[in-house]
Design a protein around this ligand. Sequence first.
Ligand code: FDA
Length: 398
Amino acid sequence: MSIRGVGVRTPDVLIIGAGAAGLMAAMTAARRGKKVVVLDHAPEAGRKILISGGGRCNFTNKDIKPECFLSQNKHFARSALSRYKPADFLALLAAHKIAWHEKKLGQLFCDNSAQDIVRMLLAECEASGVHLLLDVRITDVSRAEHFRVQTSAGEFSSPALVLATGGLSIPKLGATSFSYDVARRFGLPIINPEPALVPLVFGREEESWVRELAGVSLPVKASCGKIAFEEALLFTHRGLSGPALLQISSYWRSGQPVRLDLLPGQDIGQHLAALKAAKGKMKGAAALHRWLPQRLAQELARQFTSDRPVVEWSDKTIRALAEHIHRMDMHPTGTEGFAKAEVTRGGVDTRALSSKTMEAERVPGLYVIGEAVDVTGWLGGYNFHWAWASGHAVGQAL
Ligand code: FDA
């Protein structure tokens, strides 16, 4: 799209960031007759969409509810979510003949490719006259009567400025602190941005065995405080990952333990007591492997029983092993950081924004949407849904 169109330098709305939220805001506002310009420093739009969901983009979830989002203000997302539902996004997909399927836990993916989603958003933007300018470096943002944005492509001026540059996750894809920096400059508070949906690392000597099991995976219940997720756990070369751990990482705070139940819904103590009563000669690792992956079974047997036959285990050993398997407190020493985090928790403090329009209460005309806001969704399509819903909310308000 050209920079020479009429009014491109002075649009009704200037959006910084051509990701999920920015493109949704652009097409929504432009459909309502607004002149919209979107600027992005990347050479292509929607890069995170393209790599998401293993290339198939988990674009929403059938079961979107406010409880599935973290924020200092847990009610903030409610309004935008109630006005843009999964069915609205599915209607958009239907209009563009994009096929999709449900994988598990209400997670909806493209049948074909995440590119379908980017193409759809760009087609909607183009059809409604949005000017999208890529490879543009923003050098300054100021405000006189209107917002003035200096860029490598010259100056733009607009009464409405939408910050949609996302969070800090995956810097190599072009993530920056732009929205936080501009928000701060205009006096908006920021909740400290931290990696979320991120693998946890275990640096303690006594938990170094975790790293020896890299590649092992099993269904678990992982909990942190009162919140728990039952999903797969994956042992990695640095610690723990997999959906259950990624979910819990968003709630984890430095110094807190993460509790694992390696056999949720079962009673390993009963299983082992029955094996012992049957007086079989089965050794510990082989016995535990009935219920747990082999390498994990070997490790637990080594720690607790030196792999002696079950018949020789004391009741106390069985109780201690069962306690360990069902209530294993692990002590992460950190996360794998923004380089590996799927999202950023924290961001522009929602207390400074209108939950209806995403406009800064004290800076009329300044809006913040998507991951840049202190709203973080669960794994499973929730983060894109927040991008669509907040982008739609601002597009309706402009
Ligand atoms: P987003 O990051 O999409 O867009 C921000 C845009 O701003 C980018 O185009 C960027 O180039 C631009 N920008 C940044 N700094 C700039 C600057 N200084 N100047 C100009 N432009 C700038 N979620 C989900 O619901 N389902 C999924 O399947 C996945 N999968 C997934 C996989 C991986 C590997 C990652 C890293 C993340 C996911 N996510 C996800 C999360 C999801 O990608 C994320 O929440 C949304 O993309 C956020 O949308 P935004 O539009 O807010 O930011």
